[in-house]
Design a protein around this ligand. Sequence first.
Ligand SMILES: Nc1ncnc2c1ncn2[C@@H]1O[C@H](COP(=O)(O)OP(=O)(O)OP(=O)(O)O)[C@@H](O)[C@H]1O
Ligand SMILES: [Mg+2]
Length: 509
Amino acid sequence: MATDTLAVQLSGIEKRFPGVIANHDVNLNVRAGTIHAIVGENGAGKSTLMKTLYGMHQPEAGTITVFGAPHVFKSPSDAIAAGIGMVHQHFMLADNLTVLENIVLGSEPAARGVVQYDEARRRLEAIMDQSGTHVDLDAPVSELGVGQRQRVEILKVLFRGAKVLILDEPTAVLVPQEVDELFSNLHRLVTDGATIIFISHKLDEVLTVSDDITVIRAGTTVAEVKPDAVTRSKLAELMVGSELPSPHGRTSEVGTTIRLSIDGLTLAGPGEKHVLDEVSFEIREGEVLGIAGVEGNGQFELCEAIIGLAKPMSGHITIDGTDVTHASPHERLIGGLSYIPFDRHREGLLLSAPLWENTLLGRDADEQFQKGPFIDAAAAKADSRSIIERFDVRTPSETVPAYALSGGNQQKLLVGRELSSHPRVLIAAHPTRGVDIGAQAAIWEKLRAARDAGLAVLLISADLEELIGLSDRILVMFDGRINARLTPAEATPELLGTYMTGGVQEVAS
Ligand SMILES: Nc1ncnc2c1ncn2[C@@H]1O[C@H](COP(=O)(O)OP(=O)(O)OP(=O)(O)O)[C@@H](O)[C@H]1O
Ligand SMILES: [Mg+2]
C-alpha cells in the first residue's frame, strides 16, 4: 500500500541530555504504508528520536508532522491520539497482571468507571485475527516468554488505534523462526494500511523487509537509502564506517581440564512436566559450548540452576572439580563463575545507580575495592572508567545513571563487568544482544581472548551465526532436554532450526 503520502515527517529535530547531544538536525521521512528501517551504531540517537516522535521527549528544536498535520506532543497520550504507537527496546509490562489486563491498562473503554473487559476482549480477538498476532489473553504475563511478551506489546499498541507503529529493536530478542513470524505479521498490518518504523542492528533483515532505510550517525541523519541500492557492507560503512565482522577464528586449542560439569540435571516445573530433564554436559578449559534453542525450552532455568538461583530436583553441578550443587550463588561467584544474564534490566543492572556502582556489583568483595571496612569508592570509580574505556561504552562519565546509557552501551558495560572479574567459567546469555556490528566484533574479540586464556564459556545465543562461529560444540535444547549435539562444522542455521523446533533426525557426527 506504499504511497507518496508521508505518514511521519520529522524535520530538524534537536534533543539534548546533560553532556550529550542525542539528536542534532535529524530529518526523517516515512511514507505511509511502508516499512521504514532506522539503523545506526549504539548511542547514535535512534531510540531518542523515536521517543520524541512518541511524545516521551520534547525536542529543543524541530517539527513533527503526522499525515500532513503539524503536532507538538507533550506526552505519549498526545502521540497516541495522533495515531502513533511504540513498542520499546525494553518491554514495559506489569508482570503480575494478565495479558488482557496489561493491554487494557490505561486505555480502558470504561462505562461509569467500570472497565469493560468483555468489550475489550471482543475487540482484541478481532485485532488478533486481522493481524495474525495471537496470544492467550488470560495468561499471566509472568509466564510468557519474550516472543509472547512482544506480541502483547504489539496488541496493546494496535488496541489503542495506532496507525504508525514504532518497534525499537523488535528482533534483538527473537530466534529466527519468531523473526519470520513477526515480519509476516508486520506485512499483514502494512497491507491493511499501517505504517511501520523499526530499528535493528541486523542488516540482513533490514535489507530484506524494509522499503526505505534511514541511517543515523552520531545523532544526525546521514543517508536515506533503498534496500536494493545497497549491500550489507555498504550499509555497515554508512553506519559505523567499518568492515563487517566475523565471529570465526581461533589459534588456541581446547584444554583437558573440565571446568564445568553438569550431570543429570533435572528441575521441577510449575506443572507436572520438568523444565529441565536429565541435562548433562561438560565444558573444558578454553572451550565454548553453544546452546541453541527457542526461548522457553529450559535455557533460562539451566543458567539459573548453574548460578544457584534455582534448586534442582536431582543431578549435580561441578565447577573446577568442586561439587557446587548446594552452594550459594555467592560461593559460586567466589569459585570463579560469572554470568551475563538474559535480561540486562531485570537481572543485570541497577538502572538508577551510577555506572561505577553497576560495575562494582557482584565484585565488591574483591580486595582491590576494600579500604578497611569500607568500599574504596575511588578505586571502584577508576576500575569503572577502565571498563568503560576497554569496552568502548559511550558515556560522558562513570557517574551517570545506567538508564542514561543507550541499550547497546548498557550491554557493553555488563559484558565488561563480567569479564573483569577474571572468571574461570562464564555463562553468557546473548552477550551481543542489541549491540551494533562494531561493538559485536569487539565483544567477540574479548570473548575469544578470554577463551584463549583458558575461560570455559557456556554460550546461549539466538544469533545462529554467532553461535556457530564462536562455539567448539553446539547443543540444541528442546522441551527441557538436549535434543541434538553437533559440531560447528556440521551445524547450519537450517539444521539448527529443525532441532530447535523439535525435529530429531539423525546427523552423522
Ligand atoms: N534519559 C537519558 N538521559 C541522559 N542521556 C540519555 C538518555 N537517553 C539517552 N541518552 C543518551 O543519548 C544518546 C543516544 O541514545 P539512544 O538511546 O537514542 O541511542 P540508540 O541509537 O538507541 O542506541 P542503541 O542502539 O544502543 O539502542 C546516548 O549518548 C545516550 O547515552
Ligand atoms: Mg536504542
